[in-house]
Write a protein that binds this ligand. Structure first.
Ligand SMILES: O=P(O)(O)OC[C@H]1O[C@H](O)[C@H](O)[C@@H](O)[C@@H]1O
Length: 529
């Protein structure tokens, strides 16, 4: 297609919302002329189901739950007055709590104001808050955030080292919808131990965001933590960033949560439209369907040309892949669905993998995210009449053209700037797109049966570890993994025994010694001391 034809295609399909400035360009996706018309009945059905979902239908049948993250921005849409009231009250409590922390009326036990906060969470209880904090954060925020988002001891040590003696001025927010996620429990205990080492009583520095009656809720209540904020069963972890999960950390950091909520609400209105060409989420969902054949046959490369949006792809990995990546469809057919998501930021990624995108295996489509505003204020010329921002914008267009010339497809989402409102819009845009796409491919986007398997297997490994150590202590001898597995009556677990002991021997915690042998798997292990 020559440039004139491309320009005409761009103009005929361009979505633009004048109020928000949101734009969506689908012209570089090579869908056939009749594609949108052919999908119209299916997308109209999806609109109807989405309306039922927003009306309070059990849209997550596998867990028997409603799906209510849109109500977080429009409480009046919720199916019960008490839900609407709880949403409003919680946002108000968040605002008041953050103002009290910033004003010093909520302070550390010694009266010192809180000057930092540590979020302990994982998955949807961390990725959303981390994306928002990075996208909207600035050096002058009243409370800079820190995150424990993994059960990595060294990772937590590094964060604690960054916080340093400031722990005495640090509020800790433990976030877990289920209240039982082991990584988050471990993070909480590690944080508590750090406060104890500093002579500080952790409960007077701790806040919980969790489901009512959860294990975390019980601990926070019994120990008298400063405050608890609710997570509801009709908000999924990966769609919880406009609940207290994302709003409390954002408010503590000093960000404009009203702007975030308003941006999400505004986008919800746009994506509630049943006129496909005027619904950006519908257009995106249809483009995903075109690009991947409705079967995930191509990966989604997320390329925001803005440093502040670096974490967006990590956030989208959970939102998209945990929603769409399912073995069964809603009728119980084995479909092994999904769309793989990767990407970091442009133009940086042009110096990493765009080579493969342009010339290598054509198994992807790109989602560019263009931010029109370069910075606050003007830029210096890096060449006569050219700024760094001109280069960034030029690289985006250039990469889009270079890919298009080689038949590589791309979408471009454009926002005027990175602000609380546009961050709220981007979040809402992709939440709705995932929901609509899931309906197009008949998937329940709101459960995650696949994550339990890994957790269960980890529990088995840890139980075996305890048996191994007990056995080694009892015999007092040096044994191979095979000998230990046989002695424990599980000869087929020798590999797990070996790998578990390899890790245990590398750390001082269990007193495991290793006499390395050739081959390595014939090494002997014992309990020392
Ligand atoms: O918030 P939590 O209950 O601790 O869950 C944290 C995460 O755990 C699991 O990995 C789920 O698959 C995620 O959807 C969830 O966000």
């Amino acid at each position: 297609m020559d440039n004139t034809a491309l320009w005409n295609r761009y103009q005929s399909h361009l979505f633009h919302d004048p109020e928000s400035g949101l734009m969506l360009d689908i012209s570089r996706m090579n869908f056939a002329d009749g594609f949108l018309a052919s999908m119209e009945p299916t997308i109209q059905k999806a609109f109807a189901e989405m309306a039922e979902l927003e009306g309070g239908a059990i849209a997550n049948p596998d867990e028997g739950r409603m799906v209510g993250h849109y109500w977080l921005r429009s409480p009046d849409l919720s199916p019960a007055d008490e839900i609407a009231a709880e949403i409003g009250e919680t946002v108000q409590r968040i605002r008041e709590f953050a103002a009290a922390v910033h004003g010093g009326s909520i302070a550390a036990p010694d009266g010192r104001p809180f000057r930092k906060f540590l979020v302990v969470g994982i998955g949807g209880s961390a990725l959303g808050p981390q994306f928002v904090a990075d996208a909207l954060g600035d050096a002058d925020n009243p409370l800079p955030p820190y995150f424990f988002d993994n059960t990595d001891p060294d990772g937590m040590d590094r964060v604690l080292a960054q916080i340093g003696p400031g722990l005495a001025e640090t509020l800790t927010v433990v976030i877990s919808k289920s209240g039982g996620t082991k990584e988050t429990r471990n993070g909480m205990l590690e944080a508590e131990a750090a406060y104890r080492r500093a002579g500080l009583y952790f409960p007077r520095y701790a806040v919980a965001v969790t489901g009512e009656g959860s294990e975390l809720d019980r601990v926070a209540t019994q120990s008298g933590w400063i405050a608890r904020f609710p997570m509801w069963d009709w908000v999924g972890g990966r769609t919880s960033v406009t609940s207290a999960v994302g709003l409390l950390p954002a408010a503590l950091q000093g960000l404009d949560i009203a702007g975030m909520i308003e941006g999400a609400r505004l986008c919800d209105q746009l994506t509630r439209r049943t006129e496909t060409a005027r619904n950006p989420a519908a257009l995106l969902a249809l483009m995903w369907h075109h690009a991947t054949g409705g079967k995930g046959s191509r990966d989604m490369v997320v390329l925001p040309y803005k440093d502040r949006l670096l974490l967006f792809s990590r956030y989208l990995q959970q939102l998209i892949m945990e929603s769409i990546g399912k073995e069964l469809d809603r009728d119980g057919n084995v479909v092994c669905q999904g769309i793989s998501v990767y990407g970091n930021k442009g133009s940086t990624d042009q110096h990493a993998y765009v080579q493969q995108l342009r010339e290598g295996v054509n198994n992807f489509f790109v989602t560019f995210i263009e931010v029109l505003r370069d910075r606050r204020g003007a830029s210096l010329p890096v060449e006569p009449g050219v700024t760094s921002g001109d280069y960034l914008a030029g690289f985006l267009q250039g990469t889009r053209t270079a890919l298009g010339e080689k038949g590589r497809e791309s979408l471009t989402i454009t926002i005027p700037e990175v602000s609380p409102r546009t961050v709220g819009m981007l979040i809402a845009l992709f939440e709705r797109t995932v929901g609509l796409y899931a309906l197009l491919v008949n998937i329940n986007a709101y459960h995650q049966p696949g994550v339990e398997a890994g957790k269960k297997a980890a529990g088995t490994v840890l139980a075996l570890q305890a048996d191994i150590i007990t056995h080694l202590r009892g015999t007092g001898s040096s044994l191979t993994a095979d000998e230990i597995a046989a002695a424990l009556g599980c000869p087929d677990a020798a590999e797990t025994v070996f790998r578990t002991l390899l890790h245990a021997a590398a750390n001082p915690d269990h007193g495991i010694g290793m006499e390395q042998a050739k081959p390595l798997t014939a090494s002997r292990f014992s309990v020392q001391g």
